[in-house]
Write a protein that binds this ligand. Structure first.
Ligand code: TYC
Length: 100
């Protein structure tokens, strides 16, 4: 076997897959205070104040808004933490996680 055959086989085996990304989508409801939604977007999703205002207002007006995209496990963890934090205060805030 030639050197180039070995090189080809190695490069095939070490090829890395691009990780699939998932959208975290903020869903509107009639009860969660706007200020609390903004706090969650800043605290859990690390949006700055201007971004958090736009995302919250877009969800409020249109029903839903993409917050950000992450690898699946990160998206699910952030959405769950945010939903749980809202639930602890009695707010029905919801996020969905969807393939990009
Ligand atoms: N609609 C809510 C209200 O009027 C505020 C809100 C905005 C709630 C966005 C959820 O994803 C949301 N208090």
């Amino acid at each position: 076997m030639s050197d180039s055959d070995v090189k080809l086989r190695l490069s095939k085996r070490t090829k890395t897959e691009k990780p699939k990304l998932y959208k975290v989508v903020l869903l509107n409801d009639d009860y969660t205070p706007r200020e609390f939604v903004v706090l969650i977007l800043k605290g859990e999703f690390r949006l700055d104040s201007a971004q958090a205002d736009v995302v919250m207002l877009t969800a409020h007006q249109k029903g839903a808004c993409v917050v950000s995209v992450y690898p699946k496990d990160v998206a699910e963890t952030k959405a769950t933490r945010a939903i749980d934090a809202a639930g602890r205060l009695g707010y029905p805030l919801q996020f969905s996680v969807e393939p990009e």
